[in-house]
Design a binder for this molecule. Sequence first.
Ligand SMILES: [Zn+2]
Ligand SMILES: [Zn+2]
Length: 429
Amino acid sequence: MKKQIERLLSLIIVLAIAINIISIHVFADSAPYTLQQNTVQDENGQWVTSGGAYTDSRWGMYNCYGYAINRFELSGFYLEANDRGNIQYEVGEIESEMPIELEGIDYNQLNEVVERVENELRCMGYTGVSHTLNTIPDVSPSEQLICVRMGDDNGTSFDYHFMRYDLETDAWYHKPSTSAILKFNGVPSRNVEWIGEACLLSGEQSTEYTYKGDIVFIKYTKNTIALPQSAPDVKHIKEGRDVLIEFKVNVAGNYNISISSRYAFNYEIYDNEFNIINSNTGKTSVSIVPNLQKAGTYYIRANFYSENVEGDVSIGIEHQHTYPPRAMYFNSSLHKKTCPCGGSVEYESHYVRRSEIVDGRYANCIGCLRRLDLTTDNAGIIMNTVIKISDNGSYVLSNGVVVLVDEDVEAFLNGTLEFNTYNEPAEIN
Ligand SMILES: [Zn+2]
Ligand SMILES: [Zn+2]
């Protein structure tokens, strides 16, 4: 009981001093404020200095750290007790389910925070974790870069703050406590103090928190699945931990996703804002077909049902391919249709209308619109090579090009046209 009281007391102290835990303290005179160092998205998704829209109620539930390390799923896997109303994550909780403030670690020391963050990333299976002091490292598309800064270098700071770099937009983003997500103007530099800004339900705010200490840049390799896969990816889950796997689809649609392991697991599939698309618990194998409604980034989070096992999960992701009506010419025999996902190409023979053959040799393919020379394409309308003929008189040339009589076109396009195959070259009328 005493321990509980102690913990409660320390919790209250922490709540009182750490901005990133519960809420933003704004200056008393909340006159309309225009952001100086950041922009925020308005209703139309434009980045603006005033008129930002507070559109996601979950913004009240996670802070700069959860945002920076891309772990703002709710409810958080590493938040066992709902100590803070499911507000996530403080540095320390992923490794030990307790914010470092409560463990007696001096969280005012930048190196303590950095060491802890790096441990937490490794807990979740990330590799290639490294950091640099005040110097932004190069980053590749397979890497994630974040940075952390203290209020000051004296160890007397109240707070630390994280930002996350996005390579695609070449910009830094951050989320001060319960604020909407902000886009930082320029790049983080030791020479430029971060002023306290936020966008809350009530609009843009100036806050009392500033950060002017050293900046540590932490880089790590993302845990990704690249599509299309040639074989299912195998991902490792440490004892009592989970993995968050990122995958990008370049076309919306249905995807066959299979997950399997020798141990029962729980999983969720999220869109890029961590809305759950699909989930299940206690399975050793699942096969699902979620509809991913937009091209873009998605996540699979998985952990073992038992906290006491460590092992692999195997994950396969495949688009249910669809092909456009218009084919592309490939060669004299074939044209091809490519699924917009890029993962599958379908080849088929050209097909022409017999009624549109000009000069006994030229015709436009109905599928790819290419004008074919049926003679020089070495298919020729050489009657003595034709052995596949439909009841109505459509036939297949020796190189596979299909010559259709008008009444067969619809059946052919529907895939229902049947050809009679002869052992001997047949007579065409
Ligand atoms: Zn596809
Ligand atoms: Zn064609």
